[in-house]
Write a protein that binds this ligand. Structure first.
Ligand SMILES: Cc1ncc(COP(=O)(O)O)c(C=O)c1O
Length: 331
């Protein structure tokens, strides 16, 4: 189903390259431009998931995530666009009407906030109960897993990889390393499978914003295996799952001062805004990796801007503090 504004641009970052490239050229794939309120990576996955749902006669999407989940907001947006019902099961106590949660409300999503411990222990049964509730009202619900990351959703980034390979040809880039934030693993999985299909010499690196490399090894392999089951014959097993888990910092949703400073510095250098939970943390990780001499085999690095702009608002104070002083400690 066509939902995203595609193709998104691939842009060169001249001043970020001079400041942090360590001899490599830095590029950014602007998947924050997939839509205004639909912004980010999730809509690429939802094109496949909602297309499947429509074919099955579904009229209600149920999904889950943190209070400020970008995937939940994008799902609520898609449902409003299609005239479907939406229920979001969000981890946390009362959601403030701020950033993504404000948009969830505007899109008319039904929000069930679940206390964090109960959420971690009983998520599957809560989702199933909610689906049963919608069935009892005569609706046809579909449960979408966290981040839309499953064998269906990741096709969004298999096709995203195909688009990226065309971008590289237009920009005359023959070899690059592709870097993305990784959280529920689907973007990394789709790009890993897609690049293995369309340009196997380009490595894909996920910079983890939570969990560890072993977790992503398992999750990404599972998602890819599921995608290959859906479309047998397409997709080789000849891929490497690369994850850096050195930049998670204090944990999911928490950022350090240098991450806020990096976001402020990139915004003022290039006019591009990253978020503290995903893209800012991952881009900061990328710059740290470059500073220690990583990715030595390539001259070009492509960072995938996976969106998240509405996630800056709950971090307004920290970002304002970072913007008010020169980021002298960044290398
Ligand atoms: C803005 C943003 N970037 C990156 C990610 C990570 O993508 P994935 O969940 O596919 O690993 C997310 C996931 O929630 C996100 O919202």
């Amino acid at each position: 189903m066509s939902l995203a504004r595609l193709p998104t641009p691939l842009e060169f970052l001249p001043r970020a390259t001079a400041a942090w490239g360590c001899g490599k050229r830095l590029w950014i794939k602007r998947d924050d431009l997939t839509g205004s309120t639909l912004t980010g990576n999730k809509v690429r996955k939802l094109e496949f998931i909602a297309g499947f749902a429509k074919a099955q006669g579904v009229d209600t999407l149920i999904t889950c995530g943190g209070l400020q989940s970008n995937h939940a907001r994008a799902t609520a947006n898609v449902c409003a666009k299609l005239g479907w019902h939406c229920e979001l099961v969000l981890r946390g106590r009362h959601p403030l009407s701020e950033g993504n949660t404000l948009l969830d409300q505007l899109f008319g999503a039904e929000v069930t906030a679940v206390e964090p411990r109960r959420y971690s222990e009983h998520l599957d049964s809560i989702l199933e109960e909610r689906a049963e509730h919608h069935r009892s009202l005569g609706r046809q619900p579909l449960i979408i897993p966290t981040g839309g990351s499953n064998g269906l959703g990741i096709w969004g980034y298999v096709s995203g990889a195909e688009e990226l390979v065309a971008d590289m040809a237009s920009a005359d880039i023959s070899l690059a390393t592709i870097v993305t934030a990784t959280g529920s693993g689907g973007t990394q999985a789709g790009l890993t499978l897609g690049m293995a299909l369309f340009k196997p010499d380009c490595a894909v690196w996920g910079i983890a914003v939570c969990d560890d490399a072993q977790y992503f090894q398992t999750k990404v392999s599972q998602d890819i295996a599921e995608a290959q089951e859906i479309w047998p014959g397409l997709g080789s097993d000849d891929f490497t799952i690369n994850t850096s888990d050195a930049h998670v910092g204090p944990g999911y949703g928490r950022a350090t001062t240098p991450v806020y400073e990096r976001i402020a510095a990139l915004a003022s250098l290039e006019g591009i805004v990253l978020d503290p939970v995903y893209t800012g943390k991952a881009f900061h990780g990328l710059c740290e990796e470059l500073a220690r001499g990583a990715y030595s085999e390539v001259n070009d690095i492509i960072f995938v801007h996976t969106g998240g702009i509405y996630g800056i608002f709950p971090h307004g104070q920290q970002l304002a503090a970072a913007a008010s002083q020169p980021a002298s400690t960044l290398n």
